[in-house]
Design a protein around this ligand. Structure first.
Ligand code: HPA
Length: 249
């Protein structure tokens, strides 16, 4: 269903959208608290967009402290029906080297203690949403076709492990995640995707590999390496978003 703006949730490395001139900034609040910051409303590639920086601007909210419920509720209040999220991740699978971009298909939750459902509110009916496919297949398809059209290499699929953070993983934890069938590891796709599903909002995520996960590459992962990789890769992400937006109805 179309109508509202397309929600774009920017993660680490995408605190703002280049060439996106926000016509309006909305400081929203909800009964779930405050979102990560103002939502920027405007037009990108001819499509109305609502942009929210997941970690705030400047980047200040750690993954385990993001108010995911307030963020999704703020976008819902603006009439958002589709969200394209962007997540910086570590790469586990051989295909997931630094700079790779994946249109993720599946998620495994290793987080704990996060407020992960709108149904946490006492007195409200509990809803057991179907989460067989955490990412909306039709929205994934739009992103994949846009990538082909724009001549951008993206990986179709991938299982993302969502860890609690903010620390990176140990070598043994990555071995375990690999054994569990995970290709990528990030910290923010959940509960975000689940809350979007509860809110009836289509959700897809672009995972941008910032570094080899622990033990899969050089011995120590540095923030400098992560930032340099993300800086380059996010330019491709923005190209992909611009290509995809007109096709999101
Ligand atoms: N692990 C978890 N989250 C991440 C990583 C990682 O190695 N890199 C960027 N986000």
């Amino acid at each position: 269903m179309s109508g509202g703006p397309v929600g774009i949730i920017g993660g680490t490395g995408l605190g703002r959208l280049p060439e996106f001139a926000a016509a309006e900034r909305r400081a929203l609040t909800s009964r779930f608290g405050e979102p990560s910051g103002e939502v920027l409303l405007g037009t990108l590639a001819g499509r109305e967009v609502a942009f929210l920086a997941r970690h705030g601007v400047p980047h200040r909210i750690a993954p385990h402290r993001v108010n995911y419920r307030a963020n999704i509720d703020a976008l819902r209040q603006l009439g958002v029906r589709q969200i394209v999220a962007v997540n910086a991740v570590g790469g586990i699978a051989d295909w997931a080297g630094p700079g790779a971009i994946a249109v993720v298909e599946q998620m495994v939750d290793y987080t704990h203690g996060r407020l992960s459902s709108f149904s946490d509110v006492e007195g409200e009916a509990v809803e057991h949403i179907d989460f067989t496919d955490p990412c909306t297949p039709a929205l994934r398809q739009v992103l994949l076709e846009a990538a082909v059209g724009a001549g951008l290499a993206v990986h179709d699929g991938g299982v993302i492990a969502v860890t609690q953070g903010p620390r990176l993983e140990s070598r043994a934890e990555i071995v375990r995640l690999q054994r569990d069938g995970c290709d990528l590891v990030g910290m923010t796709s959940l509960p975000e995707a689940a809350l979007a599903r509860e809110a009836g909002i289509d959700y897809a995520t672009l995972a941008v590999v910032a570094n080899w996960a622990a033990g899969r590459g050089p011995d120590v992962i540095t923030m400098a390496e992560i930032e340099a990789t993300l800086h380059e890769a996010m330019q491709r992400v923005v190209t992909l978003l611009r290509a995809a937006l007109p096709g999101i109805e």
